[in-house]
Design a binder for this molecule. Structure first.
Ligand code: NG1
Ligand code: ZN
Length: 447
């Protein structure tokens, strides 16, 4: 291999003269602007280590918890572990070599470690979300390709994921398959997901036939309210419970809560501030948006009563009151909180011995469809009745009423989004085809 070519390309990733860095606890770390040459050289080194070990080597571009303007790089050894100490020394020498000494240092490592340059090399690369990381990972790739190494760039990855990828690739699948698709959903196994800022939660599972089932905020509210109602009944306490939903709540959930569980249900405008406010009117106010935002609020009076009962009651009733007292603390009453909602849900499922299928079977969602429509000015649509009726533009609500009448078990409404420049259309009906078709017809009426 012509090592002269490396000197030429190295100049494109020139080392600032005099800069000395150390391969520390977690590789190199410093201001991102000083790291370009280090990245290129770690690409080179990863190839040498790969050739020597006849294994895949990992390179992670990250500075972990350091300030955003920092960055860093570390190498991952064949079994997913940190780079061997002798190679950390090579890394430091290579990173600190002045341009004119680079080739000499590289040859020194090749000779010392008896690296066979004819051997194939494979490097996997990951990076964090820092603005500088993408460009720096390309410098790593430059280093890898100059030494004719093969590579796979995973792009954004957590550090442990990259370690795992390296381990998997070097153990021919025995430790698992190196994919970032993530978890495998086994049939009938319960799963849950949070949104990006963890204030929304939904559960889901795949049944034995492979069908996906979503358990949304409506069903979480149903589970929680039936549990709380049961506990109150057991201790003979008559606190008033109310469930607050929005127009997006599935009609089946509203019907189940009102008719089967005999819990009063209220509908407010979209947005947690409206639901939260309404829920404050009850001793126990349960509010959830279908999309998973929600929590439970207990009035001061209710909290005091429950605390007192947990002291006064005896035997099983005392236990039940104590359980209620504990569950109050599990909720985040300041705002919907995916983590605390998950803990509550998990506790209820465990205490009641319910599987996710049994929970899901409480009621069956009506088929529904939500669409977004782009219009010139969404503010021309004004609504009333918790956004379920359009008062302007004139004629729109009449048109929707006419369309809804054509379908069974149907309902539809339109409202301007408060977060995007679109009008949202929602439709429900007895079949998916009908819900789709109704939503489509309503969206045409919006234009
Ligand atoms: P808009 O864009 O106003 O529909 C969306 C959600 C709300 C709420 C807010 C705040 C739907 C249909 N709408 O509001 O429920 O979560 O974002 O994040 O899900
Ligand atoms: Zn959120």
């Amino acid at each position: 291999m012509d090592l002269d070519v490396i000197t030429k390309y190295s100049a494109l990733h020139a080392k600032p003269g005099g800069l000395i860095l150390q391969y520390g606890t977690a590789g190199f770390r410093t201001k991102a602007e000083h790291l370009d040459h280090v990245m290129f050289r770690m690409g080179l080194l990863a190839v040498l280590r790969s050739k020597q070990t006849k294994s895949t080597i990992g390179v992670m571009v990250t500075a972990s918890h350091n300030p955003e303007e920092d960055n860093g790089v570390k190498l991952v050894d064949p079994l997913g572990e940190m780079l061997a100490p002798s190679w950390e020394e090579h890394a430091t020498c290579l990173a600190n070599a002045e341009e004119q000494d680079m080739q000499r240092v590289l040859i020194g490592i090749i000779e010392k470690e008896a690296v066979n340059l004819q051997q194939d090399a494979f490097v996997v690369i990951g990076r964090d979300t820092r603005p500088s990381s993408e460009k720096l990972s390309h410098s790593v790739i430059d280093g890898v390709t100059i030494l004719r190494g093969q590579f796979h760039d995973y792009g954004l990855l957590t550090t442990p994921q990259l370690h795992y990828m390296v381990y998997c690739r070097n153990t021919s699948g025995q430790y698992g398959k190196a994919t970032i698709e993530g978890m495998e959903m086994k049939s009938n196994e319960r799963c849950c997901s949070f949104d990006g800022d963890a204030d929304r939660i939904v559960y889901y599972y795949r049944d034995a036939d492979g069908h996906f089932h979503l358990i949304d905020g409506d069903k979480i509210a149903t589970l929680i309210s039936s549990f709380l109602k049961e506990l109150l009944l057991e201790i003979g306490e008559n606190l008033n419970i109310g469930v607050v939903q929005t127009a997006y709540a599935n009609g089946s959930s509203t019907r189940y809560l009102e008719e089967v569980m005999k819990v009063p249900v209220y509908c407010t405008k979209t947005g947690v501030k409206h639901l939260h406010h309404k829920a404050q009117e009850f001793d126990i106010g349960i509010y959830f948006e279908a999309n998973g935002h929600g929590t439970v609020l207990f009035s001061k009076v209710a909290e005091m009563k429950i605390k007192q009962l947990a002291k006064e009651l005896e035997d099983n009733k005392r236990k039940v009151a104590k359980m209620l007292e504990n569950i109050i603390d599990l909720f985040n009453q300041a705002a919907g909180d995916a983590i605390s909602d998950m803990l509550v849900t998990e506790a209820i499922l465990a205490l009641k011995g319910l599987t996710i299928q049994q929970w899901d079977a409480l009621y069956t969602d009506l088929p529904n469809r939500q669409l977004k429509v782009k219009v010139a000015d969404r503010q021309v649509i004004n609504t009333t009745d918790a956004e379920r009726q359009a008062v302007t533009p004139p004629g729109l609500q009449e048109a929707i009423n006419g369309l809804v009448k054509k379908y069974r078990l149907s309902r539809a409404f339109v409202r301007p989004s408060g977060t995007e420049d679109v009008v949202r259309v929602y439709a429900e009906a007895d079949s998916q085809e009908s819900a789709d078709s109704l939503a489509h017809e309503v969206s045409l009426a919006v234009f």
